[in-house]
Write a protein that binds this ligand. Structure first.
Ligand code: NAD
Ligand code: MN
Length: 411
C-alpha cells in the first residue's frame, strides 16, 4: 500500500518534472502530454493541481493575412478569449504573424523564409484569408496558404455545413433539418498538385499543362478519413463524388480505391455521384446527403455552393487537418479576403468563430467547442446578423453578442 502510494508519487514527479521542462522550453509537446497525464492521474497535491490546471496550454499561431481576414481573425481571437475565460480549464497562448500581401510588398515574399519552421511547434494555426487586388492570386495563394497546407501534410480538409437556427437558406422552404453535411476535400494532391508547366512562353504555339496527380497513398488516406467521419455520424452515409465517366484514369482509380476502403466499413452506406449531378442533388434533394468525399477541385467548388445553400459564405468554416498529428493543423473560414467589403467593418465573423470551435475540438477542448457552437447558434437564432445574411449588424456587434452569449450561458 505504502509502496503503491510512493510509486504513484514518483510517477507524478516524473510527469511534473517533464512539465517543468516545458518552462525551460525543452519539449513543449511531450511536456503537455505529461501535464495532461499528471492531471488525469488525479493524485497531484493541491498546489500541484493549481499548477497543472494553469498549465493546460495550447499554442496558437494566428495569421490574419489580407482583407477581411484581418477583421475576422481579430474578432475570432476576442471570442476565443471569452471561451477561455468561461471554461477556466485551459489557456491559449496566441502569437500573431504579420505575413500576407502587405508583408509581400515590403519583403517580396508572402511569409518569412523560415516560416514553416516557426509554425512547426504550434498546436494549431488560426488563419484569415489571402488575396490582394494588386498581386496575382496564384502568387498569394502559393506563397502562403498552400505551402502551409502542403508542408504540414494537411491532407484532410473538413467542411461542415448546416443551416444554423435563424438563418434563411436560399432554398425555398428548407431549414436546419434538411441540410446537415460534412464535405471532405482531398487537400494534398489531385488537380491542385501544382504539376505542369508552360512551354513556348509568349509565342503563338505556347502550351500550358496542369496535370492532376492521384496517388494510392493520397487517395486511400482521404477515403479512410472520410469513412471514419461518415461512421461517426448517425446516418453513416458517405457519398463519393467522382467524374469517372469522362476522366478515365485518375477518377476511375479514385472510385476503385473508394470501393476497396469501403470493404473495411461494412456499416457505412456508400453512394457514388458524378460531380455535375451532385450540384443538382445538393440544390434539389439536400436531405439525401450526409458525408461527402471529393477531390481537391471538386470539393473546392461544391463546398462554396454548400456554403451559399446554408445561407452565406460568411458562415462556412474549414479545418485543414493532419490527422496523424505530426504537424499543426490549420483552421480558417472558407471565404477569401473579400475586397468588396474589406475595411468596412461588416464582414461576417461567424465562419471564423465556427472554425474556432473546430480548432478547440481538435485541441481536445470538446466542452469549450460545443459551448462556443451553442453561443453562435443563440446569436444566429436571435436575428443579430451582418448584411450578407440580410441583417444590419457590424462585425463588432456580432462578436460582442457571441461573447455575451458565452458569458451568460450557464452550461
Ligand atoms: P471571397 O470569398 O473573398 O468573396 C466572395 C463574395 O462573398 C464577396 O462578395 C464577399 O463580399 C462575400 N463574402 C465572403 N466572405 C464574407 C464574409 N465573411 N462576410 C460577408 N461577406 C463575405 O472570394 P473572391 O471574391 O473570389 O476572392 C477574393 C480574394 O480572396 C481573391 O484574391 C482570392 O484569391 C482570395 N481567396 C482566398 C481564399 C483563402 O485565403 N482561403 C479563399 C477564397 C478566395
Ligand atoms: Mn475555394
Amino acid at each position: 500500500m505504502i509502496a503503491n502510494v510512493h510509486d504513484r508519487r514518483s510517477v507524478e514527479k516524473i510527469y511534473l518534472r517533464e512539465a517543468f521542462d516545458f518552462d525551460a522550453g525543452i519539449n513543449s509537446r511531450r511536456a503537455r502530454r505529461a501535464r495532461l497525464a499528471a492531471s488525469a492521474s488525479g493524485h497531484a497535491t493541491r498546489a500541484e493541481e493549481g499548477f497543472v490546471k494553469d498549465m493546460r496550454e495550447h499554442r496558437i499561431a494566428a495569421i490574419p493575412a489580407d482583407g477581411i481576414g484581418k477583421e475576422v481573425i481579430a474578432a475570432g481571437l476576442e471570442v476565443m478569449q471569452a471561451v477561455e475565460a468561461r471554461d477556466g480549464g485551459f489557456r491559449l497562448a496566441v502569437e500573431t504573424f504579420p505575413w500576407g500581401s502587405d508583408y509581400y510588398r515590403k519583403h517580396g515574399v508572402m511569409m518569412a523564409a523560415d516560416g514553416l519552421a516557426a509554425l512547426r511547434n504550434f498546436d494549431a494555426i488560426y488563419f484569415g484569408a489571402v488575396g490582394d487586388k494588386d498581386i496575382p492570386d496564384h502568387v498569394t495563394l502559393w506563397g502562403l496558404r498552400l505551402p502551409i497546407c502542403q508542408g504540414f501534410d494537411q491532407y484532410a480538409n473538413l467542411r461542415p455545413t448546416r443551416i444554423l437556427p435563424g438563418i434563411k437558406s436560399p432554398l425555398a422552404g428548407r431549414g436546419p433539418a434538411d441540410l446537415d453535411w460534412v464535405i471532405i476535400r482531398e487537400n494534398s494532391e489531385g488537380e491542385y498538385a501544382g504539376n505542369g508547366g508552360r512551354v513556348h512562353r509568349g509565342l503563338p504555339e505556347e502550351v500550358a499543362t496542369e496535370t492532376a496527380i492521384f496517388t494510392r497513398v493520397g487517395v486511400e488516406r482521404i477515403m479512410r478519413f472520410a469513412f471514419d467521419v461518415a461512421r461517426s455520424r448517425p446516418r453513416r452515409l458517405l457519398t463519393v463524388v467522382t467524374k469517372s465517366n469522362a476522366q478515365r484514369h485518375g477518377m476511375v482509380f479514385w472510385d476503385e480505391i473508394a470501393a476497396l476502403v469501403g470493404k473495411d466499413y461494412p456499416e457505412v452506406t456508400v453512394d457514388k455521384e458524378l460531380v455535375d449531378a451532385m450540384t443538382t442533388r445538393m440544390v434539389l434533394k439536400p436531405e439525401t446527403i450526409d458525408t461527402v468525399v471529393a477531390t481537391n477541385l471538386h470539393a473546392d467548388i461544391l463546398s462554396d455552393l454548400a456554403a451559399a445553400l446554408a445561407g452565406s459564405l460568411g458562415i462556412a468554416p474549414t479545418a485543414n487537418l493532419d490527422p496523424s498529428r505530426r504537424f499543426p493543423s490549420m483552421f480558417e473560414p472558407i471565404h477569401g479576403s473579400a475586397f468588396d467589403i474589406a475595411g468596412k467593418g461588416i464582414a461576417n465573423p461567424i465562419a471564423t468563430f465556427w472554425t474556432g470551435a473546430l480548432m478547440l475540438d481538435h485541441l481536445g477542448e470538446k466542452d469549450a467547442a460545443s459551448r462556443l457552437m451553442r453561443a453562435i447558434e443563440r446569436v444566429t437564432a436571435s436575428g443579430i446578423a451582418t448584411p450578407d445574411l440580410g441583417g444590419r449588424a457590424t462585425t463588432r456587434e456580432v462578436t460582442a453578442a457571441v461573447c455575451d452569449a458565452l458569458r451568460s450561458a450557464n452550461t
